[in-house]
Design a protein around this ligand. Structure first.
Ligand SMILES: *[C@@H]1O[C@H](CO)[C@@H](O)[C@H](O)[C@H]1NC(C)=O
Ligand SMILES: *[C@@H]1O[C@H](CO)[C@@H](O)[C@H](O)[C@H]1NC(C)=O
Ligand SMILES: *[C@@H]1O[C@H](CO)[C@@H](O)[C@H](O)[C@H]1NC(C)=O
Ligand SMILES: *[C@@H]1O[C@H](CO)[C@@H](O)[C@H](O)[C@H]1NC(C)=O
Ligand SMILES: *[C@@H]1O[C@H](CO)[C@@H](O)[C@H](O)[C@H]1NC(C)=O
Length: 952
């Protein structure tokens, strides 16, 4: 902004000019009035694009300046055209200097302030265009006092408010008035209706009220009138018939009422009549056929009734006919077939009946909307019976809410210009034709509420313009085609209430424009895609799919595949308890192991509720009165040697240290809300001891497989003796023949799996965190192996994170509780440990050693460094993590494998050797894998290379 740079002499003049033009001229008679005025004008406004750079006060004349036009003889400025110059600020008084100005056009700028009669010499002005600025406030009454020459005025698209000045009605020469898109209120000044010179009157988009006066005379030169989107009321007066030159009438979106005056039939030049959304009523008169020039006739959303007059057929120029949302009855007049220029036809939302005329498709129509017509006679959509060529122009086909049955034929593919296809609410059967993929420009597809069956064709991927896809409430089966994730324009998808199956394609998460995605009430399964839209999808959009998991359905996903065991805490009932447990013995022989597990799980719940309830009663009573008659016995103290009495039905609770002191109820223990997670050996719940200390309780779901009480206790006690900073401590256990609980130290930080894969945005693990987790985990495994304990189940959901970020490995050694190291049972845990399972499990002849833990550890290392699951299910591919990293290493781009969240901030000199170590740990041959002790040494060396350089 440099309005005054280099114009010091003008500084003084500026003040003077504003005060007295006469004085200014006398001070400097040589200075051209127009130059002076324009420079002052320029000084008042901002010109960020330098559009007025050519305006210089050193010039003698303004005639060569941008936007300025002078009279050829007088050389006075007569026009100022500064449209779209990006000017802002207030118009000062400078333009008052331009005494010869006839046209002032400042449209499409960002000028502000209110209008005063001082902006220019209005008495000379013929054209004043201030449209599309930010002017505001009332227009003062004086503004039009001297508007004798004014022919055209536009104040459109500003922020003017208040009443339209009465004085406007006394500008005798006005031909064009445009006050649209402001907030003018009140009624139109009476004088305006009698201005005889007006050709164009645009008052649309204001808050105007009142009506067109009954005795309207004048306006007999009117070509176009637009009163749309105001609050006008009353009837259209007969006088409208005098506007013989009228070409365009838009009264839409007001509250006009009554019928159309008969005088309107004289409007022979009128080509556009829009009465959309008023409260007009009565029948559409026969004379409408006289208004021969009509190209658009929109009577939609009124209260017209009766039959559509057949004289409509006389309107040969008709292109758009919209009678939607009225009370029309009867059938479509056959005469309509004479309207050969029709492009859009809408009779939807009426009470019409009859057949769908075939001519509709034959006339080159671009848009057909006949929804909610009760077209009872017709069965099939008469596509094939019409000339293929004619269909090419059809853009909108809305046959919703009719009674079409039959199939959608592949002829639909011929409608190559179709943007909208709405066949919802019919009785269409059969499949969605593959030819749907030929509709390349289709953006709206609604086939809902039919009886369509079969699958969603993958050809849908060719409808690349689709924004709305609705096929809800049909009988569709099969999967959601993965190809749908190519439809990047999709915004609204509704596949609800079908019988779709299979998982959700992961790449759906990449659809950038999704606003809604309703898949409720199908049989979809597996995990919801993770990603921007799906993380916040509303539960109602996914409900009614029993096998879906993810946070939106409030159901955590198991490690990989859904398990056959479904624990239902609500299924407990006292009467059935005995039955299940007594029958169990007989069935055991007959049933497969997996069904045994399922039955045992159910029994565990039932018995568990009772056991824990009793257990709590006992704890409470013992603390007060020390009653000896309770069913449960406890073992307290520092030693494991206590062996309290137990009677036949009761369980035994052993705490390795301190008083056993549960304060929680059975409800809390078995409450799903307290469930921390679920693994191969059972579910884990959080509960609180009476001293306020939380513990985690694991309920073994393999209960029917565990050893005798003696062996069970021996093994658990052995595990209980294992103490290491990086191992979750076992604090005690509870035993009955049908229910075994293991009581663990509670680790608050959640599992590593959650930290890596459920990342609650931003709170991700740094490289340092990750390295410490790897090292701590290695140390814990080395410790276990030293004590001759094989973990068997190393995976990220079994590594918990302690309060200071240290890893704590849990679930170790539980396989020892099983009667034998049954490969079947162990590998059935593959469901939860997929990807971590060493290859020797599959091979009966290879002995299983602690090297299976090394393998699982290697996978864990790669998982921690890459942030990827051991096995990722892609759309049509399964990516095995270690193969991927190995391949990347061979191709020399292993750094790309590091978690994207660490890219650019991880030390390659640590990350790469760590990944190599992970790969070595995952060697196929167990003896090629290092010991955990060696692994710990190598890791420590990677961290402190100074102590020894070892190339991996
Ligand atoms: C108009 O001016 C206002 C402030 O005067 C500014 O905030 C706005 O961005 C401008 N608009 C345009 C389109 O330049
Ligand atoms: C009135 O002005 C608005 C905004 O500039 C414009 O869109 C509209 O077409 C004008 N009306 C007429 C009848 O020219
Ligand atoms: C007819 O008017 C209705 C509004 O009343 C509108 O929704 C519809 O799109 C119009 N139909 C056509 C074909 O223009
Ligand atoms: C299809 O027609 C029905 C009934 O007229 C309507 O409710 C629905 O919104 C239409 N679908 C689309 C996508 O416009
Ligand atoms: C679809 O329904 C029709 C009967 O309307 C039946 O003949 C056909 O076999 C069904 N197709 C599929 C894929 O279910």
């Amino acid at each position: 902004m440099r309005p005054f740079s280099g114009m010091k002499p003008l500084l003084l003049l500026f003040a003077v000019v504003v005060l007295s033009p006469v004085l200014a001229r006398s001070l400097n008679p040589s200075l051209n009035d127009d130059v002076l005025g324009l420079i002052v004008f320029k000084a008042n406004i901002q010109d960020p694009k330098g559009k007025l750079a050519s305006w210089s006060e050193d010039d003698d004349s303004a005639c060569s300046w941008v936007g300025v036009k002078c009279h050829p003889r007088s050389n006075r400025v007569i026009e100022l055209n500064l449209d779209d110059f990006s000017l802002s600020g207030h118009i000062g008084r400078g333009l008052l200097q331009l005494q010869a100005l006839r046209k002032l056009s400042l449209s499409k700028n960002n000028l502000t302030g209110s209008l005063t009669p001082n902006i220019a010499h209005i008495d000379n002005l013929r054209v004043l265009d201030l449209s599309e600025n930010s002017f505001s406030g009332d227009v003062p009454e004086e503004f039009f006092r001297q508007c004798g020459s004014l022919r055209m005025i536009s104040l459109a698209k500003n922020k003017f408010s208040g009443k339209i000045p009465e004085s406007l009605g006394s500008c005798p020469s006005l031909a064009s008035v445009n006050l649209s898109l402001n907030q003018f209120s009140g009624s139109v000044p009476a004088g305006v209706w009698s201005l005889s010179g007006i050709r164009s009157l645009d008052l649309s988009d204001n808050l105007l009220e009142g009506g067109i006066p009954k005795g309207v005379e004048g306006l007999n030169n009117l070509r176009g009138i637009n009163l749309a989107r105001n609050r006008f009321t009353g009837q259209v007066p007969d006088g409208i018939g005098n506007w013989l030159l009228l070409r365009s009438i838009d009264l839409s979106e007001n509250s006009f009422s009554g019928n159309l005056p008969q005088t309107m039939q004289k409007l022979g030049l009128c080509s556009y009549l829009n009465l959309h959304q008023n409260t007009f009523s009565g029948e559409v008169p026969e004379w409408i056929g006289e208004v021969k020039s009509l190209e658009t006739l929109d009577l939609s959303s009124n209260q017209f009734s009766g039959e559509v007059p057949s004289s409509i057929g006389n309107l040969e120029s008709l292109k758009v006919l919209n009678f939607s949302a009225n009370g029309f009855t009867g059938s479509l007049p056959k005469s309509l077939s004479y309207c050969t220029n029709l492009m859009a036809l809408d009779f939807s939302k009426n009470s019409m009946a009859g057949e769908l005329p075939v001519w509709i498709f034959a006339a080159g129509t671009e848009e057909v909307s006949l929804s909610e017509k009760k077209l009872s006679g017709s069965k099939n959509i008469p596509l094939s019976s019409s000339a293929g060529n004619a269909l090419k122009n059809l853009q909108v086909l809305d046959l919703s809410l009719n009674h079409f049955s039959g199939e959608i034929t592949s002829d639909i593919g011929a409608l190559s210009s179709l943007h909208v296809l709405n066949l919802s609410g019919n009785s269409l059967a059969g499949p969605i034709p593959v030819a749907i993929g030929d509709l390349k420009v289709l953006d709206n597809l609604d086939l809902s509420e039919n009886r369509l069956n079969g699958t969603i064709p993958t050809s849908i991927e060719n409808c690349s313009s689709l924004t709305t896809l609705i096929v809800s409430q049909n009988k569709l089966t099969g999967p959601i085609p993965a190809a749908m994730s190519k439809l990047t324009n999709l915004q609204n998808v509704d596949l609800s209430f079908n019988s779709l199956t299979g998982g959700l394609p992961k790449h759906l998460a990449n659809l950038p424009n999704l606003l809604s995605f309703n898949i409720s009430h199908n049989n979809l399964q597996g995990e919801l895609p993770a990603g921007a839209f799906f993380n916040t999808i509303s539960p109602s959009s996914v409900s009614g799919n029993p096998s879906l998991c993810g946070s939106a359905v409030n159901k955590s996903c198991p490690g990989v595949l859904p398990k056959p065991i479904v624990l239902n805490p609500n299924s407990s009932s006292d009467s059935s308890t005995g039955e299940i447990s007594s029958n169990l013995g007989h069935r055991r022989i007959l049933l497969s192991i997996s069904s045994l597990i399922a039955i045992a799980a159910a029994a565990v719940i039932v018995i568990g509720v009772i056991a824990i309830t009793v257990l709590n009663l006992r704890v409470r009573s013992s603390s007060s009165t020390t009653q000896p008659a309770a069913a449960l016995a406890f073992s307290g103290g520092d030693d494991f040697s206590h062996s309290p009495t137990t009677d036949g039905n009761s369980g035994k609770l052993v705490m390795f240290s301190g008083e056993p002191d549960f304060s929680t109820s059975a409800h809390a223990l078995l409450n799903k809300d307290c469930e921390l997670g679920r693994g191969g050996f059972g579910a884990v719940y959080r509960t609180v001891l009476r001293d306020g200390r939380p513990v985690a309780i694991k309920k073994l779901t393999v209960s029917s497989l565990v050893k005798s009480q003696g062996e069970f206790e021996r093994e658990v006690k052995k595990l209980g003796k294992v103490r290491h900073d990086n191992l979750v401590e076992i604090e005690g256990y509870y035993w009955t023949p049908s229910l075994q609980l293991i009581i663990y130290e509670y680790v608050a930080g959640g599992s590593l799996y959650k930290h890596l894969h459920d990342g609650a945005g931003g709170n991700f693990l740094s490289w340092n965190d990750r390295f410490n987790i790897i090292l701590g985990t290695a140390k814990s495994l080395a410790h276990l192996h030293q004590m001759n304990i094989i973990h068997y189940n190393i995976k990220s959901s079994n590594v918990l994170i302690g309060s200071s970020g240290e890893p704590k490995v849990g679930d170790f050694g539980l396989a020892r509780l099983l009667p034998m190291l049954d490969r079947y049972v162990l590998s059935s845990k593959i469901q939860s440990a997929l990807g971590y399972m060493a290859p020797e499990f599959a091979c009966k002849t290879v002995k299983i050693t602690e090297k299976c833990d090394v393998y699982g550890f290697g996978i864990l290392v790669l998982e921690i460094v890459t942030g990827k699951r051991p096995v990722e299910y892609m759309e049509d591919d399964v990516v095995v993590l270690c193969d991927m990293v190995r391949e990347a290493l061979e191709e020399g781009r292993v750094e790309e494998c590091v978690d994207a969240r660490l890219q650019g901030i991880f030390p390659a000199e640590e990350a790469i050797p760590v990944m190599k170590l992970g790969l070595i740990c995952t060697s196929q041959v167990p003896s090629n894998r290092p010991d955990m002790g060696e692994v710990v040494n190598i890791l420590e060396m990677i961290r402190c290379p100074s102590e020894g350089q070892e190339e991996l």
